[in-house]
Design a protein around this ligand. Structure first.
Ligand code: NAD
Length: 695
C-alpha cells in the first residue's frame, strides 16, 4: 500500500502554485501546468492511473511539449514538482524496458537525454521541488534542473545497481558534476539513498524546508537570495586522469567485497565509465547510453528485474483491508520485540507483553534504534514509541484485533499461553503464532477458534528481512488468511501464503543446506572452504556463518524437528553441531559458534578452494526441497518460491531465484545431478518426484 509521505509529517497539502485546484490536466496527460501571477511556470507530475510517479516515455514526451512552449515564450522561472502526496518519482518505468534490444534501448535513452538536455539548457532558473523519494530517473530529472528544494523527509538515490544497471538518463555525469565525485560514485555504486540532511550536506539539495515554506523558498531562489557552494577542489582534482585511476582502483576493490564483477557487472561498468570519461561530460553521456543499453540485455539485469517484479507480485497479493488497528504481541524477545516495534513504526497501535521486564526494556530500546535506522525524525520517533506500549499484564489482549504469539519454541508453554488468550481475546480477533518448527495443526488443537488461527512466520531481523510466511492449517478460514496477508502489506512486509508443512517453505528449503554444510565439516572440509563455495555461488553468506547467525540451538531444534516430521531422508545431525550447542557455543548471540563473533562478522578466506561440485552439494538439496513443496501444494507457484527464498534468505538475486536458476540450468540436468550425488553420498540427494512435473 502506498502511503502519502506528507500526511506522515502532519502536512496535508502540497504547494502547487497556480495549480492549487489542479486545472488543465488533459485526459492522458501526465503533467499539470500553469503560470502564476509572477510569471513562474509550474509543472506538476501526476501520472494518471498510477499511485506513484515513474518516469515513462510519455512523461518525457509531455515534458518536451512544455519545453517547446517555454523555448518560444520564456517564463521567469520553471518549477517542477510532483502533484502526488506519495512522493516525487520512483524512477524509470521499468515495465517498459521489457525485452528491449541494445539498439532499441539506446534510441529510447537518446530521446530522454535530449529532453533533459533541453531542460538543463533552458534560459531561466529551473527549480525542482521534491518530497518523499526522488529515485533513479526521477533523481535525474531533478538533477537536470538548476536548483533543488528538498521538503523535509525527502530522499535522493540511484537504485539502478539493484536492477543490474547504472543511471541511464544523465545521472552518471550530472551528479559528479554537482557534488564531490567520490560521494556521487558511492551513491550510484551502493544504490543507497541520501536522506534530507545528507542530501543538503552533500550539495544535492540547495534548500531544505517544510512543505509550508516551499513557496517562500522558490521566491528566494528566483530573487537570487540563495547561494550554493560549488563542488570545489575535490571536483577539480578528479578532472585529472591519474587521480580518477587511483580512486577507481579503490572503488573496484570496495565493490568487489560486496559484489563480484562476473555476477554483478553494472557497478564495474560505471567505474570504467567514470575513470575513462570523468573529465568529459559529452563523452560520458554517449558512453552512459551505450553501457546502460548493453547492461539492460545482460542475464544479471534480466534476473534482477525479475526479482523486482516478484516483489511487486507479492505486494499485489497483500492488498485489501486488514481490519487490524490494534496488535498485541506475546513475548518481547528477539522476534516479538522487533515485530512489535516494526508494526508500531508502520502505524499500528501495539501492546507488547512478556513475563520478564528486561526483554520489554530491550524491545523499547530496539524500537528507538530501528526508528534511527529508518531515518525517522524526532517527532516521528516519539509517535512510534507512543504507539508501542509495554504491557506486562496483557491488558491489550482484550482490545487486540490480532494477537501474535512469539514466546519460546515449547509446545507446552505455547499451549498454556493459548488457553489464557482464548478467554481474553475478542471473539473475532485473529491469533497468529510465529513458531518456526511446531506443526500448526498440533497448535490449532489448543486454540479456542481454530478458524481464526494461523502461522505468521517472520524472519530475523524483522526490520530488514521483508518476507513473512502466512501459513494456514487445515481449518484456517480464507478471510483470515486474506486479512493476515493484508496486515503484512499494511506493515510493508511481503507475505507468501503457505499450507502447513514441516519447516513451512523457507526452513524446509534452507535446513538441508545448513545440515549438509555440517556433514561436510564432519568429513573434514574446512568451514571457510564451505562458506566460500556458497558465497561464490552468490549467497550473501555461507551456510556455516548463517547457522551461527540463526543460532546453533535453533538450527539443531529445526533439524531434529524436520528429520522427525518429513517422510524424506535428511542429512544426519552433525556431531559437531551437538557439541557446540552442549558447550553453549550457540553462534553469534553467544559470541562464539563455529566462528568467533567477538570481533564482528567473520569473513571466510577469499582463496579457500574446495573440491569440485561443492556448491552443487549445498545448493541442489535446497532446490529439491522447493520442488517437493510445489508438488505438495505447500506453496502456490514457482514464482512465489523464488520470491520467498530471495526475500527471506538472500538467495543469489542475480540468479533470479532457485526455481528460475533450476530452469535456466535445465530441470533434467539438475535432477540427474541430484541422482549422481545420491549415488555418491546417499539417498538424501534422491531427486523429488516433482522434478518431472514442474516446468
Ligand atoms: P526469545 O527467547 O528471544 O524470546 C521469547 C520471549 O518470550 C522471552 O522474552 C520470554 O521472556 C518471553 N516469554 C516466555 N514465556 C512467556 C509467557 N508465558 N508470556 C509472555 N512472554 C513469555 O525467542 P525468539 O527467538 O524471539 O523466538 C520466539 C518465537 O519466534 C519462537 O516460536 C521461535 O521459534 C520463533 N522464531 C524465531 C526466530 C529467530 O531467529 N529467533 C525466527 C523466526 C521465528
Amino acid at each position: 500500500m502506498t502511503k502519502p509521505v506528507l500526511d506522515h509529517m502532519g502536512e496535508t497539502k502540497l504547494a502547487l502554485g497556480p495549480l492549487g485546484d489542479r486545472p488543465g490536466a488533459a485526459e492522458g496527460d501526465d503533467w499539470l501546468s500553469g503560470i502564476d501571477e509572477t510569471g513562474i511556470a509550474w509543472l506538476a507530475l501526476d501520472r494518471q492511473g498510477h499511485s506513484v510517479n515513474t518516469i515513462s516515455q510519455s512523461v518525457l514526451r509531455g515534458l518536451a511539449d512544455h519545453l517547446d512552449r517555454f523555448e518560444q515564450d520564456m517564463p521567469k522561472a520553471v518549477v517542477i514538482r510532483s502533484a502526488k502526496m506519495t512522493g516525487f518519482a520512483a524512477g524509470a518505468d521499468i515495465t517498459a524496458l521489457g525485452d528491449m534490444s541494445d539498439e532499441g534501448a539506446a534510441d529510447l535513452l537518446k530521446q530522454g537525454h535530449d529532453v533533459l538536455d533541453r531542460l538543463a539548457a533552458l534560459d531561466c532558473p529551473t527549480i525542482c521541488v521534491t518530497h518523499g523519494a526522488a529515485l533513479g530517473a526521477g533523481f535525474e530529472l531533478a538533477l537536470a534542473c538548476d536548483w533543488r528544494i528538498a521538503v523535509e523527509g525527502a530522499s535522493f538515490g540511484f537504485p539502478e545497481v539493484k536492477l543490474g544497471l547504472h543511471p541511464g538518463l544523465g545521472g552518471s555525469f550530472r551528479l559528479p558534476a554537482l557534488i564531490d565525485p567520490t560521494e556521487a560514485m558511492t551513491l550510484m555504486l551502493t544504490g543507497k539513498s541520501a536522506h534530507t540532511a545528507k542530501a543538503k550536506s552533500l550539495g544535492i539539495a540547495d534548500v531544505v524546508c517544510p512543505e509550508r515554506h516551499v513557496a517562500a523558498a522558490i521566491a528566494a531562489i528566483v530573487a537570487g537570495d540563495v547561494r550554493r557552494d560549488g563542488a570545489g577542489l575535490v571536483s577539480h582534482a578528479f578532472k585529472l586522469g591519474p587521480a580518477r585511476a587511483f580512486a577507481a582502483r579503490k572503488m573496484r576493490a570496495r565493490t568487489a567485497e560486496q559484489a563480484p564483477p562476473e555476477q554483478y557487472p553494472a557497478p564495474y561498468a560505471l567505474i570504467d565509465l567514470w575513470e575513462e570519461h570523468g573529465d568529459d561530460p559529452g563523452a560520458m553521456q554517449q558512453a552512459e547510453i551505450a553501457s546502460f543499453a548493453h547492461l539492460l540485455t545482460s542475464e544479471t539485469s534480466r534476473n534482477l528485474r525479475r526479482v523486482f517484479f516478484l516483489r511487486q507480485g507479492l505486494k499485489d497479493k497483500a492488498r485489501g483491508d486488514d481490519g487490524i488497528a490494534h496488535v498485541h504481541v506475546v513475548g518481547a524477545g528477539s522476534m516479538g520485540g522487533e515485530i512489535a516495534a516494526w508494526a508500531a513504526l508502520k502505524g499500528k497501535s501495539v501492546t507488547l507483553g512478556d513475563v520478564e521486564s528486561d526483554p520489554l526494556a530491550a524491545a523499547m530500546k530496539r524500537a528507538r534504534e530501528i526508528c534511527g535506522d529508518k531515518h525517522l525524525n524526532r517527532a516521528e520517533t516519539r509517535d512510534v514509541l507512543d504507539r508501542l506500549v509495554p504491557d506486562p499484564q496483557g491488558y491489550g489482549i482484550e482490545r487486540a484485533d490480532l494477537v501474535i504469539e512469539a514466546a519460546p519454541e515449547q509446545l507446552e508453554l505455547k499451549r498454556r499461553i493459548f488457553a489464557d488468550l482464548g478467554v481474553r481475546m475478542k471473539p473475532d480477533a485473529i491469533l497468529a503464532s510465529n513458531t518456526s518448527s511446531l506443526p500448526l495443526t498440533e497448535l490449532a488443537d489448543q486454540v479456542t477458534r481454530p478458524d481464526h488461527f494461523a502461522g505468521l512466520h517472520f524472519f530475523n531481523p524483522v526490520s530488514r528481512l521483508e518476507l513473512v510466511e502466512v501459513v494456514a492449517h487445515a481449518g484456517t478460514a480464507k478471510p483470515v488468511m486474506d486479512r493476515l496477508a493484508a496486515f503484512c502489506g499494511a506493515i510493508d512486509r511481503l507475505p507468501v501464503r503457505l499450507r502447513d508443512y514441516p519447516g513451512f517453505l523457507v526452513n524446509r528449503a534452507l535446513t538441508p543446506y545448513l545440515m549438509e554444510a555440517m556433514v561436510l565439516m564432519d568429513e573434514g572440509i574446512a568451514k571457510d572452504v564451505i562458506d566460500r563455495a556458497a558465497i561464490d555461488f552468490g549467497m550473501p553468506m555461507g551456510p556455516v556463518a548463517l547457522a551461527d547467525q540463526v543460532g546453533l540451538d535453533i538450527c539443531l531444534h529445526v533439524s531434529e524437528s524436520l528429520k522427525a516430521n518429513l517422510d524424506k531422508p535428511m542429512p544426519d545431525i552433525s556431531a559437531a553441531l551437538r557439541e557446540k550447542v552442549e558447550a553453549g557455543e550457540t553462534g553469534k548471540k553467544a559470541g562464539r559458534g563455529f566462528y568467533d563473533w567477538s570481533e564482528g562478522t567473520p569473513h571466510p578466506e577469499p582463496r579457500a578452494e574446495g573440491p569440485d561440485g561443492l556448491a552443487d552439494r549445498l545448493i541442489l538439496p535446497m532446490l529439491d526441497a522447493c520442488v517437493e513443496c510445489l508438488r505438495k501444494d505447500v506453496v502456490g507457484d514457482p514464482d512465489e518460491v523464488d520470491a520467498a527464498l530471495v526475500f527471506a534468505t538472500g538467495f543469489a538475486p542475480f540468479r533470479g531465484g532457485p526455481m528460475h536458476y533450476a530452469r535456466s540450468r535445465g530441470l533434467s540436468e539438475v535432477a540427474s545431478k541430484l541422482s549422481e550425488l545420491a549415488e555418491r553420498h546417499g539417498p538424501r540427494f534422491t531427486p523429488d518426484a516433482g522434478w518431472s512435473g514442474f516446468g
